[in-house]
Ligand binder design. Structure first.
Ligand code: NAP
Length: 479
């Protein structure tokens, strides 16, 4: 089986232990390849390299850093097809979505190549006549980047490009499930001429690697994208060294359809946000609030559209919904659906795992629509991360705002209405980091992506994404 190496100090190496782990395709259980099981010693070597490279990279003019980043973006694009294939094999994503992911990953790199050249300081009016006060912005230092499997190229590009553009050096730890994609992204940076040690990529056991990131005082920032549970562990571990953290965590998005909404637009937005990536997106709607005057027609139309979705391997052209990442993800989705039905939800479409014929060796769940969902059901409280649309009726604007906000999550929310006043009024009151009004494609390179409440701290993307890798230093001098 193909064994890829890790990137430490500009070299492609095996784990010191020579151990490796296999990655399996969630669509059919076949082995995709192997990656090294990096030990604590390997991680320390990577941090040593990032430390040794830091001064040189931080002092490299932003324009030169930008040139290397642009080359990395070009290389990613030139390798779009093989990397997209890898994403589909490791994560089960539809091939067309994997291709799109690689091109968006390159977009992030291009954006930060430019943005890194604009990290301006300030000259501040000083209260003393014989003193001058100014600020400069400097890289925070070595950054540990931990990313999930659901957008395995995009997440690394989004974070690493910003950190590198800011002048930080990085150690990336991709999810084990998508380690080969992570290494392929790292290879694009390495081949673009990034100096040894500036970007390292270690694969292996997350606890082992995470522990070193937290304990090594040279690591100044943890940038984590993943579940709230692990985010809390990392935040509490980071507290000991007062390390900076950016946490991009889970979501439980409300999708609100007011009585005056463009009905078709809402359905199409919901289909793409809920069933894209088989529902495994942090910004996927998990509570669909529909005004009671539209409910019957909405459920009929939604059920009709969901029944048409074809489930299968991401490599097949006609597939609309791919596999879930593994069997335990299917178990979780199934338990949410069963819990809802036991508590009185009405099953309109799907509701079962697919385990026969072409689906026998994969982890598939049928696209599902549930009606009469209530707040006490697990699906209305916990992130499902699967292809299930739970629909809840509402009557009043005030009521739906309260219900939408009644959750510890605060990543994304969606609102469908033709009334501009209502749109603004409600968007201002929804306690979420991102609001889509008549739109669900809210993750863009130029915009700040991130959540409030337990969905995270900090923003990635946009100019905020660069700022989170910079410290502002004040310099006061007498003249
Ligand atoms: P996860 O279990 O938290 O894993 C995320 C990453 O953390 C993986 O690389 C994982 O490695 C690693 N990890 C796990 N335990 C760790 C530990 N103790 N120390 C250090 N690293 C550790 O989340 P997931 O199931 O992969 O991803 C799904 C979650 O991510 C969902 O909740 C989703 O909403 C969230 N997410 C958020 C965003 C956002 O931008 N807000 C984007 C995408 C996903 P292994 O996989 O190798 O164990």
């Amino acid at each position: 089986m193909n064994l890829e190496n890790m990137l430490i100090n500009g070299e492609w190496v095996r784990a010191a232990s020579n151990h490796s782990f296999a990655i399996y395709n969630p669509a059919n259980g076949a082995a995709v390849g192997e990656a090294p099981t990096g030990s604590a010693d390997d991680v320390i070597l990577a941090i040593n390299a990032a430390d040794a490279a830091f001064d040189g990279w931080a002092k490299t003019p932003a324009r030169e850093r930008a040139a290397i980043l642009r080359r990395a973006g070009d290389l990613l694009l030139s390798r779009e097809e093989p990397i997209a294939q890898l994403i589909t094999l490791e994560a089960g994503k539809l091939l067309r979505a994997s291709r799109k992911e690689v091109s968006v990953a390159a977009e992030f790199i291009y954006w930060y190549a430019e943005e890194g050249r604009r990290s301006y300081g300030e000259w501040i009016p000083d209260p003393l006549p014989d003193r001058r006060l100014l600020t400069i912005r400097q890289p925070v230092g070595i950054v540990a980047i931990i990313t999930p499997w659901n957008f395995p190229a995009y997440m690394i590009a989004r974070t690493a490009a910003a950190a590198l553009a800011a002048g930080c050096t990085v150690v990336v730890k991709p999810s084990k499930q998508t380690a080969l994609t992570g290494l392929a992204v790292a290879r694009a940076f390495a081949d673009a001429g990034i100096p040894p040690g500036v970007l390292n990529c270690v694969t292996g056991d997350s606890n082992t690697i995470g522990k070193v990131f937290l304990e090594d005082t040279r690591v100044r920032k943890i940038s984590f994208t993943g579940s709230i549970e692990v985010g809390k562990q990392l935040m509490s571990g980071a507290a000991n060294g007062i390390k900076r953290v950016t946490l991009e965590l889970g979501g439980h998005a409300p999708f609100i359809v007011l009585s005056d909404a463009d009905f078709e637009k809402a359905i199409e937005g919901l289909i793409s946000a809920k069933f894209g990536n088989a529902g495994q997106m942090c910004i996927a709607p998990n509570r669909i609030y529909v005004h009671s005057s539209l409910l019957k027609a909405f459920l009929e139309r939604l059920s009709f559209r969901v029944e048409q979705l074809k489930v299968g391997s991401g490599l097949e052209r006609e597939t609309d919904v791919g596999p879930l990442i593994n069997r335990s993800a299917v178990d979780k989705v199934e338990s949410h659906v069963n819990d809802a039905i036991n508590k009185g939800a009405r099953l309109l479409v799907g509701g079962y795992r697919l385990s026969e014929g072409a689906h026998a060796s994969g982890s598939f769940f049928a696209p599902t629509v549930l009606a009469d969902v209530t707040a006490d059901m697990r699906i209305a409280q916990e992130e499902t991360f699967g292809p299930v649309a739970p629909v809840i009726a509402f009557e009043e604007e005030e009521e739906v705002i309260g219900r939408a906000n009644d959750t510890p999550y605060g990543l994304a929310a969606y609102l469908y209405t033709r009334d501009l006043n209502k749109a603004i009024r409600i968007a201002e009151r929804l306690e979420y980091g991102m609001i889509g009004i008549n739109d669900t494609r809210i993750a863009v390179v130029e915009g700040p992506f991130g959540g409030v409440k337990q969905s995270g701290i900090g923003r990635e993307g946009g100019h905020e994404g660069l700022a989170s890798f910079l410290e502002t230093k004040q310099i006061a001098f007498r003249v």
